[in-house]
Design a protein around this ligand. Structure first.
Ligand code: NAP
Length: 289
């Protein structure tokens, strides 16, 4: 068997088409602000992708770049002022922040209605409650959208989520187990006794561990659907730049699975598309409230 490709790029393009219609009907131009602190090259690439996506869709964007040694109070002041700005609907703080900053406290300062990353405790709490009126974190909601787009029926299926971070693994598990999706979910983490045995049970496996190509073919059940969230830089002397991107799933898994998302071109574009969707939703809701 050679798995079909779960094409996140194509799914994101479809979603963008639907978003363009919503943006055209929105009473205001949606406006996203991105704050980035420091010079982590990967973070700058992610932010530039987000800004480019805004430009493509006609979403206004404000890009605030601050030096590594910025005091936390400066970021807090930006957030407070953005909370009060009526013509601004989404606020995103690019992760990771420098070590001297408390990311959780800063996230809690964001007005939950403008929390387009979905990381504010109010929004994560609504997700736990199964409510549909919160902002849902972009990566796991992007995975759900990809699975819907590919007509993967989750009802009664066994899903395994590899990773339990607050931004990917845990919200992913909640979304898969939520009413309507109805999968039966196992969460695997670094203290799990036998991660391979757990993964082998999965009809749907979502890998979000940050360990390059950790999921090998003998971790995957024949015909399973495998979603690779991982983005890892690995050394590669055959490339001019000396590195390549690798997922958390080994490419040979395609010989066992029925559907696999590629890296790049899988979950990455969906994460950005869901951020755009959250920004449009925030603009729609804030203009109605
Ligand atoms: P994270 O916060 O570092 O969490 C990693 C999780 O994996 C933790 O729960 C950890 O368990 C678990 N883990 C680590 N090593 C393990 C092992 N050997 N066996 C079992 N579990 C293990 O990372 P994250 O933010 O969730 O991101 C995960 C990956 O997704 C990274 O490669 C990241 O770059 C990528 N990512 C991609 C996107 C996208 O748009 N495509 C978005 C976000 C993240 P413990 O909790 O026990 O430590």
């Amino acid at each position: 068997m050679s798995a079909a490709r779960l094409d996140g790029k194509a799914c994101a393009e479809d979603l963008e088409q639907r978003l363009k219609q919503r943006i055209a009907e929105c009473l205001v131009q949606p406006h996203l602000a991105v704050i980035i602190v420091g010079d982590d090259p990967a973070s700058h690439v992610y932010v530039n992708n987000k800004i480019r996506s805004c430009e493509r869709l006609g979403i206004r964007s404000t890009h605030i770049e601050l030096p590594e040694d910025t005091d936390e109070s400066v970021v807090a002041e930006h957030i407070r002022s953005m909370n009060a700005q009526e013509d601004l609907h989404g606020i995103l703080i690019q992760s990771p922040l420098p070590n001297h900053m408390d990311e959780e406290s800063l996230t809690e300062l964001i007005d939950p209605r403008k929390d387009v990353d979905g990381f504010h405790p109010v929004n994560l709490g609504r997700l736990v409650q199964g409510r549909s009126d919160g902002m849902v974190p972009c990566t796991p909601s992007g995975v759900m959208e990809m699975l819907r787009w590919a007509n993967v029926d989750l009802r009664g299926k066994k899903a395994v989520v590899l990773g339990r971070s607050f931004n990917v693994g845990m919200p992913q598990a909640l979304l898969l187990a939520a009413r309507g999706a109805d999968a039966t979910v196992t969460v695997v983490h670094s203290r799990t006794n036998n991660p391979q045995a757990e993964c082998l049970q999965a009809d749907v496996l979502v890998a979000a561990v940050g360990r390059p190509e950790m999921v090998k073919p003998d971790w995957v059940k024949e015909g399973a659907v495998v979603v690779d969230v991982g983005i890892n830089r690995v050394e590669d002397s055959t490339r001019e730049r000396g590195w390549r991107l690798a997922g958390d799933v080994h490419p040979d898994v395609a010989s066992v699975a029925s559907l696999v998302s590629p890296v790049p071109g899988g979950v990455g574009p969906m994460t950005v598309a869901m951020l755009m969707a959250n920004t449009v939703t925030a603009a729609e809701q804030l203009t109605l409230s």
